[in-house]
Every structure is written in C-alpha cells, then in structure tokens.
Design a protein around this ligand. Structure first.
Ligand code: GLN
Length: 492
C-alpha cells in the first residue's frame, strides 16, 4: 500500500480524517514485512496480534469521536534494545534467552510508552548489533540486516534493522539508539532521516544500557517531518531517568517550515580529509551549496580534537559497557549456561556462551582501562580529551549556529568486508563520534545518491545542546533541494 511510503504526519492525518484506518495500515505493514523481510532481516520479532489490537483500539477511539494522538495508527518498529512489555527483547544477543525462548521485559521503555500514547502501532522489534555494539549489524547474534539499496551491503549499524524497516517502507517510522553514531550512520547508508537528540532530551528508561553517558534514543523516518513528529512524541523529561533534562520541547514540525536565511553554518576542515570518498564529498558539498543559495552562510571552522575522537570513544564506551554488562550473569536476567555450584565458574560459563566476540572484546578492553594502574593512563585521560572535544564544539558554536559534515566517509560497504577488522569498522564512526562525546544533537539527512555507486549519502548537521529544532529547519531545506529526493530503493 503506497500510504506506507508517505510522511508520518500525513499518515496520521489521514487516519484522523477516516481516509484510511489504523487496521488497514497495520495489515499493510504486516503484509509488507511478510512479503519482503526474509530478504532484508530487519525484524527479530513481529508482534502481529498486539499490533492488530493496538490498531483496533485507535479505530475504536475514532469511532467514538475521541481525539486521536499525533501518531494515530502509524506503524512503527523499535530497536530490540528498547524494552517492550508485550514483546520479546533480545538486545541482539543470545544471553537474554532462556531455554531457547526470548526474554520479555516487565515494562515498556519510556520512549516506547510515549509512542503508544501518541497512537503509534508497534509492529515488531528491529534487528541490531549485539548490545548496540557495531557499525554494520553483522554483530547481531541472529542474522545481519541487509541494505535495501543493495542487499549485498550493510545497512549500517547498530540500528540497522530500524533503518531497513523504514527505508523499505515496512514501517514509516522506527526508533533506534545512538551511542556513537548508530542512528545517523545507518540513516546515511539507507537514505533515511535519523536523529541523535541532545544527551538528556529523551529518556533512557528501559533502554538496555551500552554506554550510559552516551546512549540516546532517536527516530528514523523517510523524511524530516516524519523524524520531527517522532521526536516530538518521545522527547521531554522523565522522572524515571535522572539524566533526562527538564527543558521545554519546542514545536519540531513547525521548525520544519522555518527559513535558513541568515543561519551561520560551520564547515570543519577536520571532516574533509583523506579517507573521505570523492562521491560523498561531492554530494555533501552540493548540499552545502544549496543551503548557501537559500541564504545560509558557510564558514570554515576548526574542531582540532576531532582526531582523538575514535580513541577516546572506544576507551569511554568500553569502560561503561564493561560495567553495564556485568549484570548479565545468568542469575538476574536471561539464561544460564551451567548449573555448577561455584558462582564464578557458573557466571563465566554463562557469559562465555552468551556473549558474542565483539561484546567480549569490549568488556575486556573496558575492564582493562578501568583497572588499578591503568585507570589514570586510559580512562581518566580519555575523560580529559572528551572535555576538550566538547570545548571544541562550544568554541565553534560561539561563532556559528550549526555545523555541517559528512555522516560517514563512505557509502554502505559490502557485508563481510570489515567484519574481521575491528579497527576498520571503528573508523566508520569517525565523523559521528565527536557529537556523541560532546552530547550535542545531530542528524543525518539524505543529500543525494553517489554519482558512481548510486547509493544513499547523508549530510550530518550538528547544533548546540537542545537546538534540535534548528536541525530540522536546516534538514528540511536540504531535503527540499537534494538531488534524487524521494528515490526508492530498487530492491523494493
Ligand atoms: N558503531 C559504534 C560502536 O560500535 C556506535 C554504536 C552505537 O552508536 N550504538 O560503538
């Protein structure tokens, strides 16, 4: 059904006006998943019954003349690191499974609960790298997701399934999480819009933690207005997450109609160096030229500590993950690999069998950098460099309103091409990590297909803390003028 390709606010409006029912939309989404997801691997589980019940509830509210929420009837997918009370949650890992059965959380993540309150219909849980660690979805303990633009390639990661669900119009919107780029990079690789909000903008309650000082929940949609509508629904303070901040949430859909005239855009030289593929460079510069032609001004800036971002991130993120993942001991959650009576042996057997190689690598690295004798040399030093990276952004935002860069140095790479080379994989995040370390909001908006590859390329826009609205204004201007806008992946 073509309505699945439409923009989220338009779909919700059609539901409110009775032009299409939530049930019809839900059936269309389930049918599309059934028809094409075998070849895409976007979903780890589909909850047809509870989706149908949620859709029916929306239709009944409408029949009773009640006002519907802003996402009424919109089918959505959520990354499988977000807890859902009515659906299994795996974190892309086997460690939460017991006797071959998935774990089912006793509650919803706040972002999930807010989507439901807004009327969205949750159709299933999206594939991802194990515990959100990865850049290609190949670290999923189950199967990799595939890029609908070329199914021999990665959709990116770690929120790959969410990106694929949206790019192939199985659902018009999805939630992912972004710790170091996991929403923005897959958005860039699949031609969708993906937002990493300011740290503290969206509640982390019910997000299975990877690196708590970096994790944020963020939306995917086929266009900027769709992403704005989703963020509107999930943003705002939550008493259940003390790091969520009590700041008013502005009108993001309204911001999509704003003008870019007079906005000052910083272009950091550190993001346009060797390693950046020429076709990515070309489309990004094309988008910058469009913004300038609409009245924004471009300014060369420096973010001098950028070169330390990869090293800093992998110290901080691994340290936090080694601490967060300590709770998976086979006793409190999930399955147990051994019935040995010795606690250490039982825990070691469970963790040895339950975690994949990348998760183990990071727990070991993180434990090392936090251990006595190495703490100062690695962890404390990384915290200092993190502060320096944040100061780079502060200094830049004293003179510009936003920053524009590529999202990733390349287009989507072939599945398998980096799976055995962690360093090459880590370098895929080189342009997304700094904003994560600084806690500032950033998004990816499609800015054209590569001239050679014909694969999607994203422009990254970065703003000061809590200025997501400005990102939407700029991104909408890019979307309006981007070449190949509205192009659909050939595989669908
Ligand atoms: N690719 C990065 C990593 O593997 C980022 C992951 C994320 O944002 N969840 O850590």
């Amino acid at each position: 059904m073509d309505v699945l390709w439409q923009s989220i606010p338009d779909i919700a409006k059609r539901v409110a006006e009775g032009d299409v029912s939530a049930t019809e939309l839900c059936e269309a989404s389930l049918a599309r998943i059934a028809a094409i997801d075998d070849g895409h691997g976007a979903f780890l589980s589909v909850a047809a019954d509870s989706a149908r019940a949620a859709a029916r509830a929306v239709d009944e509210r409408r029949a009773r003349g009640e006002t519907l929420g802003p996402l009424a009837g919109v089918p959505v997918a959520v990354k499988d690191v977000l807890c859902t009370a009515d659906q299994p949650t795996s974190a892309g890992s086997k460690i939460l499974m017991r006797d071959g059965r998935a774990w089912q959380p006793p509650y919803d993540a706040t972002s999930v609960a807010r989507l439901r309150q807004a009327g969205a219909v949750l159709v299933g849980k999206a594939n991802c790298d194990e515990f959100a660690m990865g850049s290609s979805n190949e670290n999923s303990a189950f199967f990799p997701a595939k890029n609908p633009w070329d199914r021999t390639r990665t959709p990116g990661g770690s929120s790959g399934g969410s990106a694929v669900a949206v790019a192939a119009a199985m659902t018009p919107g999805a939630l992912g999480t972004d710790t170091g780029g996991s929403v923005r990079q897959p958005a860039s690789f699949t031609g969708t819009v993906g937002v990493k909000p300011t740290y503290g903008r969206v509640s982390r309650y019910g997000v299975i933690a990877f690196a708590s000082s970096l994790d944020q929940v963020g939306p995917f949609a086929r266009d900027v207005r769709g992403a704005a509508a989703l963020l509107q629904a999930i943003a705002g303070p939550d008493p259940l997450d003390p790091t969520s901040l009590d700041r008013a949430v502005p009108d993001y859909l309204g911001a999509c109609e704003g003008s870019v005239r007079g906005l000052r855009i910083g272009v950091p030289e550190e993001y346009f160096t060797e390693g950046l593929e020429p076709e990515v460079d070309a489309q990004v510069r094309g988008a910058l030229a469009h913004l300038a032609s609409e009245g924004a001004s471009l300014h060369p800036i420096g973010l001098p500590h950028t070169k330390h971002a990869v090293a800093t991130y992998y110290v901080v993120a691994c340290a936090e993950c080694s601490s967060n993942l300590a709770r998976f001991d086979g006793i409190r959650f999930g399955g147990r690999a051994s019935v040995e009576r010795d606690l250490a042996a039982a825990t070691a057997a469970t963790r040895g069998a339950g975690f994949g190689a990348e998760v183990k690598r990071r727990i070991i690295l993180g434990t090392y950098v936090l251990s006595a004798g190495y703490y100062d040399a690695y962890y404390r030093r990384a915290q200092r460099v993190r502060a320096a990276i944040a100061r780079d952004f502060e200094a830049a935002f004293a003179v510009v309103d936003a920053i524009a860069t590529p999202v990733a140095p390349t287009v989507a790479f072939p599945l398998g091409s980096r799976a055995d080379d962690p360093l090459a994989m880590y370098l895929a995040d080189i342009y997304t990590l700094p904003a994560s370390l600084a806690g500032v909001p950033a998004l990816s908006v499609p800015c054209g297909l590569g001239q050679k590859s014909r694969l999607p390329i994203g422009l990254q826009l970065i703003a000061p803390h809590f200025e997501e609205a400005r990102l939407f204004t700029l991104a909408r201007a890019v979307e309006r003028t981007a070449p190949d806008a509205g192009a659909r992946p050939p595989a669908s």
